[in-house]
Design a protein around this ligand. Structure first.
Ligand code: GTP
Ligand code: MG
Ligand code: ZN
Length: 301
């Protein structure tokens, strides 16, 4: 035979690590190869299923991305930052020390709602004395229907392990919350770098610099991701944002004005609900901050 059959199916694989422009892809047979993309394409995430053209024994080019079941990402004004593809569960890892930021949590929740991915809140470091108070501060989220798991990854991972089975989960959250510590307990051979808290706190440095997928068993996978400092929601857009706040939903469509932004318009059902104590001031404040940011972007608004 002199010509290569172009119709021959390309090897397929899963992106198990994303370094921005370079990717580790695990082929269906288990071989791990290093891949680049065609042109300047970077919209590929850890967890993506891809078609690969081999360019060497352990090298290839990603030719195509297969349709995604889900995509968890954030977006600044300039660009989108893909965090994980095809996950079935977002686990927001929180801690009392360093203190978690409530607004960042709200942003992660909104992005999960937008992507239609179920969320679990894991309050880690329950062995620290200040954690009991942090757990109480999360009662609001339990009332909203989010599940809260109290955890001490350094001591016992059993409570979390039970919540992972059959899922592809992504661990997200600020730097220093203990995401990689969880990974190392789950996958001892992972040897993910774990931060020295005293160093991380001072410099704001992130220990984990790229997303990495690990297999726990054939049906259970987990992705470690770099610590989040910010979480833009430009992709949600002002119209969709209110729907991403679960407690707003029952009031949507009941405002006096169809195009109500739920800020200070007369006859706003959201503001009325907040005044009656049905919506927490903290969540309303996050919503207003986000709308303000989106409005500055969209001139129409
Ligand atoms: N006391 C206590 N410390 C913990 C626990 N889990 C993690 N830590 C500590 O928290 C620090 C940060 O842990 P990492 O796992 O590196 O945090 P990370 O979320 O992966 O941070 P980035 O990679 O920067 O996003 C380390 O010093 C861990 O030892 C825990 O359950 N209890
Ligand atoms: Mg880490
Ligand atoms: Zn309104």
């Amino acid at each position: 035979m002199t010509s290569i059959d172009k119709r021959q199916a390309l090897p397929t694989g899963t992106v198990v690590a994303s370094y921005g422009r370079r990717f580790s892809v695990e082929l269906a047979g288990g071989l791990l190869i290093t891949c680049v993309t065609r042109g300047k394409r970077t919209n590929i995430a850890c967890g993506d299923h891809v078609d690969v053209a081999m360019t060497g024994d352990e090298q290839g080019v990603i030719e195509a991305t297969q349709p995604r079941a889900s995509l968890f990402y954030r977006s600044d004004i300039q660009r989108e930052k893909l965090i994980a593809a095809n996950v079935t569960q977002v686990i927001v890892v929180l801690a009392a020390s360093p203190a978690y930021h409530r607004e960042l949590l709200d942003r992660c929740l909104a992005a999960s709602e937008e992507a239609g991915i179920q969320v679990l809140l894991a309050l880690n470091k329950m062995d620290l004395p200040t954690s009991a108070e942090a757990l109480r501060s999360l009662a609001l989220y339990r009332d909203l229907g989010y599940e809260i798991l109290a955890l001490a990854a350094k001591v016992d991972l059993a409570p979390l392990r039970a919540r992972l089975a059959g899922h592809t989960s992504v661990l997200v959250g600020q730097s220093g919350m203990g995401k990689s510590t969880i990974i190392n307990r789950l996958v001892p051979e992972a040897a993910a770098r774990v931060g020295d808290l005293s160093l991380a706190l001072g410099s704001g440095r992130h220990t984990t610099t790229h997303a990495q997928l690990y297999h726990l068993d054939a049906a259970t996978h987990i992705i470690d991701s770099p610590g989040l400092q910010e979480f833009g929601l430009q992709h949600v857009g002002p119209e969709g944002l209110a729907r991403c706040f679960v407690e707003f939903r029952e009031y949507l469509g009941k405002c006096k004005f169809n195009d109500c932004k739920h800020l200070s318009e007369p006859g706003c059902a959201i503001s009325a609900a907040a005044e009656r104590g049905m919506i927490s001031p903290a969540r309303q404040e996050t919503y207003r901050t986000l709308v303000g940011q989106l409005m500055r972007k969209a001139r129409r608004w």
